[in-house]
Design a binder for this molecule. Structure first.
Ligand SMILES: Cc1cc2nc3c(=O)[nH]c(=O)nc-3n(C[C@H](O)[C@H](O)[C@H](O)COP(=O)(O)OP(=O)(O)OC[C@H]3O[C@@H](n4cnc5c(N)ncnc54)[C@H](O)[C@@H]3O)c2cc1C
Length: 292
């Protein structure tokens, strides 16, 4: 099938993009890497009257670390971050997750902003944003605003973005060196979307957990944090018994239905197994990095 007819604009500045969005609102759709939008257009699941292509907006393609953390412009390609070996120490969980995004050719075109804005619950970026307390910088013709990732995802493929807004940048806080982390996912073949995945982040001080994040990929209509399971870790010393209870609680917090890829029961089972493994790995890494 071919896309329904649309008018095509390829402005070269953010201001022009925003003017077009203000003018056309709901009738317009932004094109970034096209790796998700392309299939939707071809199958006519999305039939915008106007496409606003961001590929000539050079100002949106950058990433930099400053005093507060990592800032990534929306049009930065997944493969650009994948190729930066420094990120393996400065943002290890992010660096570990990117190779799981489809295949290299998809990561060469697919953008950070597109992945975060598309809000696929089985995608890696949204869960990483939750696990790392990421924030999202959004702009329209009247100004900018910042939204916490935990408030950004509303329902399946739906975010807090309004029709006249674009995602400009994502921000991740500086990595705390004494933290531990793990990223594990299960899919039928490498490159497939995950049936279930887990990103965990732990800070341990004086042998007690002071911060915990457990973000789940493929566990519901939106990426989720299992907040009750997270809170069970706070103030505690990590033990096998505790991790068993925490992972069972995490699996109960999934909001999942059965689909053609897996039953809801199987996803819950996977969640308890993967959360347990991920927390063990995160705790071990926290210990190795001095978080005792
Ligand atoms: C075969 C295949 C396998 C894949 N496997 C995976 C996988 O395992 N994991 C994974 O995470 N992804 C996977 N993807 C999706 C891929 O990561 C996409 O690149 C990503 O989801 C969307 O990024 P994009 O830049 O291509 O965005 P586009 O497809 O261009 O846009 C996606 C959506 O986001 C909106 N949008 C884009 N940029 C902005 C912006 N700056 N502001 C506001 N809205 C914006 C668009 O309007 C559109 O609605 C796969 C894709 C394919 C084709």
């Amino acid at each position: 099938m071919k896309p329904a007819p649309f008018d095509y604009y390829d402005p070269d500045s953010v201001e022009e993009v925003l003017d077009l969005l203000q003018q056309y609102g709901d009738d317009a759709k932004i094109l970034a890497g096209g790796q998700s939008l392309g299939p939707l257009l071809n199958m006519r699941l999305s039939t915008p009257q106007i496409i606003v292509d961001l590929n000539r907006v050079a100002d949106l393609e950058y990433y930099k670390s400053d005093g507060t953390g990592l800032r990534v412009g929306a049009m930065t390609r997944q493969s650009t971050l994948e190729d930066d070996t420094n990120l393996r120490t400065t943002q290890p969980i992010l660096a570990a997750s990117i190779p799981y995004i489809g295949h290299r050719s998809i990561r060469n075109r697919g953008t950070v902003g597109g992945s975060v804005a598309h809000a696929d619950p089985a995608a890696e970026w949204p869960a990483i944003m939750l696990a790392l307390d990421g924030t999202i910088l959004i702009r329209n013709t009247t100004g900018t605003r910042t939204v916490d990732a935990s408030d950004f995802y509303i329902s399946a493929l739906t975010t807090d973005l309004k029709p006249d807004e674009i995602l400009v940048e994502i921000q991740l806080p500086n990595w705390v060196k004494t933290s531990g982390w793990s990223f594990i996912e299960f899919s039928r073949r490498h490159g497939d979307f995950a049936i279930l995945g887990v990103a965990t982040y732990l800070t341990i001080e004086n042998r007690r957990c002071t911060k915990s994040r457990i973000a789940i990929i493929g566990g519901g209509p939106i990426p989720i944090r299992t907040s009750k399971a997270e809170s069970m870790l706070i103030g505690e010393t990590i033990s096998d018994e505790l991790l068993k209870d925490v992972s069972e609680q995490a699996s109960k917090e999934l909001d999942t239905d059965s689909d053609m890829h897996a039953s809801a029961d199987y996803r819950r089972y996977l969640a308890s197994v993967l959360v347990s493994s991920a927390l063990q790995e995160a705790a071990a890494r926290a210990g190795e990095s001095g978080g005792q």
